[in-house]
Ligand binder design. Structure first.
Ligand code: ASN
Ligand code: ZN
Length: 332
């Protein structure tokens, strides 16, 4: 048994944060005892194994800069905690598999590595340090995106290619946005972008846009025959766009001070039902209706069933699901 502590973390992207740590006296570790003992390790530019568990004498971690080796650990550990809390508090899910067991994070993977990934084989997620080893991929939304791959693997098991692959990727983007909103962090406010903090394009633009996915130059706003042949990080655009429209509606909107402008395929307006209801519908569909081979047509059916279960078949929410799918060219 290790005592539960609340350490203080100086993160790179989220300001000063509270961290779940374990230990006593002058020896603490990034072990989140209250969240399945989720641990965070330092790979120190290695690419295998677990490296070393982060430890510290005074339980104050990182200094907000990437040159301090603890800083990436702070952001990753915080993102994992936020994701745990979101699934627990909003969906009643205890951990990625729903069994109360924590995963673990590995930071400082490789050299100038510009990606992050989830692996079911180790039940762990891994983060590179980004270009120049100065922009680790440890923002809240990236952490939530990667951990959500674990949730999808434990539930619908959406195959990572074709239309089901796009739905798998979109599920990670949807809950990445949901976790970021739920975190209510003043330094990283909730938005419908993915990766806006990690500057992966080097010009301050996000990696993906949910209001109008095609803004990234590659993602698809609407379904078309043949979209199954598109990279899953771009065919996801259809479901990301659906989720944005279902939550916020079409046209111009400002949320948390961020401006959006969401078009519809049929040029008909969509009225949103709010993020909370949209999240509940997607989660219920993912965990109770989607299967490994769910495609966009089946996702429409599954989310309609979920909306009917939650709100009834003549509800505003049910009708909005149908309208939002039509608005991304997924029909009956
Ligand atoms: N960061 C990417 C993702 O989560 C890594 C990958 O392509 N598997 O989709
Ligand atoms: Zn992904």
């Amino acid at each position: 048994y290790q005592a539960v502590h609340n350490g203080t973390g100086n993160s790179q992207y989220s300001g000063q944060v509270t961290l779940g740590t374990a230990g006593s006296g002058s020896q603490y570790s990034l072990t989140d005892t209250a969240r399945g003992s989720h641990k965070t390790y330092n790979l120190n530019r290695g690419t295998s194994g677990t490296g070393t568990l982060f430890t510290d004498a005074d339980d104050v971690w990182g200094d907000g800069t990437p040159s301090n080796t603890q800083t990436a650990g702070v952001d990753a550990h915080y993102g994992a905690a936020l994701t745990w809390d979101y699934y627990k508090n909003v969906h009643g899910r205890s951990g990625i598999r729903g069994d109360g067991v924590g995963a673990y994070s590995r930071v400082h993977y490789g050299n100038n590595y510009v990606n992050a990934f989830w692996q079911d084989s180790c039940f762990c997620m891994t983060y590179g340090d980004g270009s120049g080893n100065s922009k680790p991929l440890t923002s809240i939304d990236v952490a939530a995106h990667e951990m959500t791959h674990g949730v999808t693997a434990a539930t619908a098991k959406l195959v990572y290619s074709g239309e089901s692959g796009g739905l798998n990727e979109a599920t990670s983007d949807i809950f990445a946005a949901a976790v970021e909103f739920d975190a209510n962090n003043a330094k990283d406010v909730g938005d419908y972008f993915v990766g806006e903090k990690i500057d992966i394009n080097g010009n301050g633009t996000p990696l993906r846009y949910m209001d109008k996915p095609s803004k990234d130059g590659a993602s698809k706003d609407n379904w078309y025959s043949g979209i199954g042949g598109v990279d899953v990080h771009y065919s996801s655009g259809v479901a990301n766009h659906f989720f944005y429209l279902l939550s916020e509606g079409s046209g111009q909107k400002v949320v948390n001070g961020v401006s959006y402008d969401s078009p519809t395929y049929d040029n008909l307006p969509v009225t949103g039902i709010g993020r909370a209801a949209a999240e509940k519908i997607w989660y219920k569909a993912l965990t109770e209706r989607f299967t490994s081979t769910t495609n966009y047509a089946a996702a429409r059916t599954g989310t309609l069933q979920a909306a009917a279960d939650l709100y009834g078949q003549s509800s505003t929410q049910y009708n909005a699901v149908a309208h939002a799918w039509a608005a991304v060219n997924v029909g009956s």
